[in-house]
Design a binder for this molecule. Structure first.
Ligand SMILES: *Cc1c(COP(=O)(O)O)cnc(C)c1O
Length: 362
């Protein structure tokens, strides 16, 4: 890392690969001999069309997205998806949702505006410390889709296997784990992710949608921006897309391809998370939040015995310029997000500080 850069453990917006930032800087005044930055460019220009087409092609190659899935780059964050997905796809009016925290609760609230929502499992009583068991889950055979949040950014929990929903499409919010490991797209009817956690700058949300879902016609006509079919027919260009954010995501896709793809990325992410989890498991001072078998590779949550110690920990972290280690406002405690661009050296440096703090306070 460049000397003046810091380890930023933010849950999002989060660190981006330095190589990508450097390329953005190098191209800032003149992208591909256009004489302008991507920010200044018409989204209808040839140069820009090439940027978005290349981004989509690279994403398809990186994940291995089958041809019967469309890729969209839209605005509104994953939050718009909470409502837009039921608006478009809850066509017969029934949706099954597994409740694993704040992000699925928001999805439940929005889906209720358009459908009868059946919460088929929930870990709320246990403080969302685990993913509910998938054994014996009963899906409504008439459900339009089953909805999950793959990686629960706030609690640090992650699905290790997905529910087998048979013919019912599975819809997943992958905002905080997208591109952290390989994705078997065939298992899903729809995958979506806000970019600012693991993929790029805020402002763009990526959707991967199977054709048969798009063939469903909503009961009511929808406002144009809220109709996925319009975005598909216009190639994410119905209106001005988040041009700069898509460009940076495209560079991140190239970086991921160049560094070995998603299998290699997963191995790196596992190695990073292991450094921190191994330390947590050996420490009697820090208390990990999530049940072991559901631990996220991306968001590691823990706390000290008291809130005062948590606050002292955050204060002490300033000496090393570690930032954004505070847990989400709904849970408190501490959280270290280790997205793709966090180097393993950052995790090792954090653990060294944790040890120093533990020795001083135990
Ligand atoms: C951050 C996050 C969201 C919300 O994303 P916005 O881009 O702020 O709308 C939704 N789901 C998950 C899993 C998240 O981590």
């Amino acid at each position: 890392m460049k000397e003046n850069r810091i380890y930023n453990f933010s849950a999002g917006p989060a660190m981006l690969p330095e190589e990508v930032l450097e390329q953005v800087a190098a191209e800032m005044l003149d992208k591909d001999k256009s004489g302008m930055s991507v920010m200044e460019m018409s989204h209808r220009s040839k140069v820009y069309q090439n940027i978005i087409d290349t981004a989509e092609a690279d994403l398809r190659k990186l994940i291995g997205i089958p041809d019967n899935y469309k890729v969209l780059f839209l605005q509104g964050g994953a939050t718009l998806g909470f409502g837009m997905i039921p608006m478009n796809f809850a066509t017969t009016g029934k949706v099954d949702i597994i409740n694993t925290g704040v992000w699925t609760k928001k999805a439940i609230n929005d889906a209720k505006l358009f459908a009868e929502v059946n919460v088929i499992a929930s870990s709320e009583k246990e403080g969302f410390k685990h993913i509910p068991s998938l054994k014996g889950l009963k899906f409504d055979k008439d459900a339009d889709y089953v909805y999950i949040c793959d990686n629960n950014t706030i609690y640090g929990s992650k699905y290790k296997e997905y529910p087998d929903t048979g013919d019912i499409p599975l819809v997943a919010d992958m905002s905080s784990c997208f591109l952290s490991e390989p994705i078997d797209v065939k298992k899903f009817g729809l995958i979506y992710a806000g970019a600012q956690k693991n993929v790029g700058p805020a402002g763009v949300t990526i959707y991967i949608i199977r054709d048969d879902l798009l063939a469903r016609v909503p009961k009511h006509p929808l406002p144009a921006y809220l109709d996925f079919r319009i975005h598909v027919s216009e190639g994410s260009m119905y209106n001005t897309p988040p041009t700069f954010a898509i460009y940076v995501c495209g560079l991140v896709f190239k970086w991921l391809l160049k560094t070995g793809g998603l299998e290699a990325r997963k191995a790196l992410n596992e190695a990073k998370a292991k450094v921190l989890y191994d330390y947590l498991d050996h420490s009697k001072f820090y208390i990990p939040y999530v049940d072991k078998e559901y631990r996220s590779l991306m968001n590691v949550t823990f706390r000290c015995a008291t809130e005062e110690l948590d606050n002292a920990f955050l204060e002490g972290a300033k000496k090393y310029r570690f930032t954004n280690l505070k847990g989400h406002r709904s849970t408190g405690g501490l959280r270290a997000s280790l997205y793709n661009a966090m180097p393993i050296e950052g995790v090792k440096a954090l653990v060294a500080y944790m040890k120093e703090f533990e020795d001083a306070h135990k």
